[in-house]
Write a protein that binds this ligand. Sequence first.
Ligand code: ADP
Ligand code: MG
Length: 681
Amino acid sequence: MNPNLPIEQISGIGKYTVYKLKRLEIKTLADLIYHFPFRYEDFSYNTQTSNLINGQKVTLKGNIWTIKNIRAKSGKFLTLATLADSSGVVNIVWFNQPYIIKTLKPGTYVSVSGKVQIEYKKPKLLSPTYEILRERTQLPQTLHTGRLVPIYPETEGLTSKWLRSKIASILPRYTAEVTDFLPKEVSKRQNLINLNQALTKIHFPKSIEDVNAARRRLSFDELFTLQLAAAQRRKKWQKERRAYKFTVEKTKFEEFLKNLPFALTSAQQRAVAEILKDLQRETPANRLLEGDVGSGKTVVAATAAYFAHQNNMLTLLAAPTEILAYQHQKTLEELLRPHNIKIGIWTAAKKEDGDIVCGTHALLISFKPKREVGLVVVDEQHRFGVAQRGKLASSDKQGKSPHILTMTATPIPRTLALTLYGDLDLSVLDEMPIGRQKIQTHVVPNFKRSAAYKFIEDQVRENRQAFIITPFVEPSESMATVKAAVDEFEKLKEIFSNRANTGKIKLGLLHGRLKSKDKQQVMADFKKKKFDILVATPVVEVGIDIPNATVMMIESADRFGLAQLHQLRGRVGRGKHKSYCLLFTDSNSVNSLKRLKSMENIYIGFELAELDLKTRGPGEIFGLKQSGYVNLKIADISNQVLVAQTQKEAQLIIDKDPSLKEFKNLSQKLKSLKQDYIQPN
Ligand code: ADP
Ligand code: MG
């Protein structure tokens, strides 16, 4: 069976079901097989009706004796049945499933699993799971009852029961043909079970031990292949790429530092030293610079770009949005002013060459360098696919590749970075420039909403500005998202015009469906203080420096990852004024509130990211899910032991056989995964 077989072509899956499966991101046979249970209902205790204890989870086998529907006072249907086995009878109640009566006719031999409730000494089962058994002579093999029953992520109209049946019918054929891609030596060293065993046991375990063994094997697979791909990329990079070796003169460096408007933090010094060391090598740098918003990544990049220029080479700085490209141009102009370096800009709309060229994707498409490109800086790494990064880094006519410095404000926890970006060297800015203020953060209950508006109004009266992020509708800049933002904008205009009694409070709106020219205009106007409050969609990039903004108010805050909230929060507190972050949520969940509350006292991006990693998994870390980088179905990436084990094994294999010639199956598996991982977004 071809793992990539589209689900449409699996027998017994109709058009409508295909649509529902796609909601679960199941598009192929393999997707279905790799749709793993997230828990198991333990119905493995098989007993008899005479033997029931209150509260116990049991499975009973017997014949339906009586069954009827009645209507409760509430108007809802109750199905009342009795089930008889050789030891006696038990009552069963189902709620609102009147159709059951059509399948469970009196006399039907069934297995039922559920929790026992004993009232007035009479045991009954409430809404048990049931399945009809055909073989009454032999011990029947049950699927939905009488065992550890897998519970799957579901979607409306697609139940665990359906998924279970479907998977059970396909799995034996799938596992019979599946090739185990893991090298024997690895599974032996790591004491892992076969792939086909693992797939069988994850869906239909006989015991918790089965579940654990299967989880370990399948988690190992996910992390191991990631690590292997990274190790392979690193090896290839080192082997095949040659860069221009830069000369870095100490006197020039000192002069450069002297001309900066500030002294570097020690974290910046460390990062600068690391990148300058890279630049003096023949193997091109491939470094990831991680640092919170405001930690001062730009000056690190500027230092590297300065030395590219000293070595007569061009630097390209690629940003995910035009706004950011322009901002970089401006910042670099300021930092490099004493050195007479021309900073160009290259976007779809504007094309201006320079010694350093800041730009968007347009750099990939239409920019033709007139000199050697010595350095490529990519800002906000996860917005560019790996493939695009590769294109920026492709080698020139002389066969040389530029040095690559990738910057991200996403506080990717170290374990995650090591796994995802195992091919990159890592520099971390874990320190803020001195004098940076803490942004006072509050989770605001809904009943204090108007007080919050009043607070914003007061700030505006003191000549400050505010951001308001509109409610989260969808994780994309869809029409629905934009409509919600426009509605919210109108509502807010109303609110603030009613409140303002001295002077009028003006609002501006920014959303992703605006033309890029208009977006820039809005941001520029906000910066010029043509209006006081910028209302923006959750998705839109508000990455601009507005030192006068002091309030960041975020609706539906629970829908964001903490790291993402932290990033939004970093848009204020950039000037000398005390700043605030107000988090609103409609959620009443205790956990979700507790999670948000951590924003009130944690101010380090990495810590927040670690917290999210533990409580919500890697997908929640800003953008990673959408970016298609992390698509871990089962592995817990915060499991440091497993991360270390997989890393070690991957390195052993790659050192031994870098092109995986001896490991055909593994190589094939990796190729099929790469298509998943390296999707430009
Ligand atoms: P980010 O890491 O978010 O890209 P930037 O590079 O934009 O941060 O820096 C944020 C602000 O901090 C800028 O205004 C920059 O001039 C300033 N800055 C950077 N490094 C220092 C420093 N060592 N001391 C004081 N201010 C600094
Ligand atoms: Mg930046």
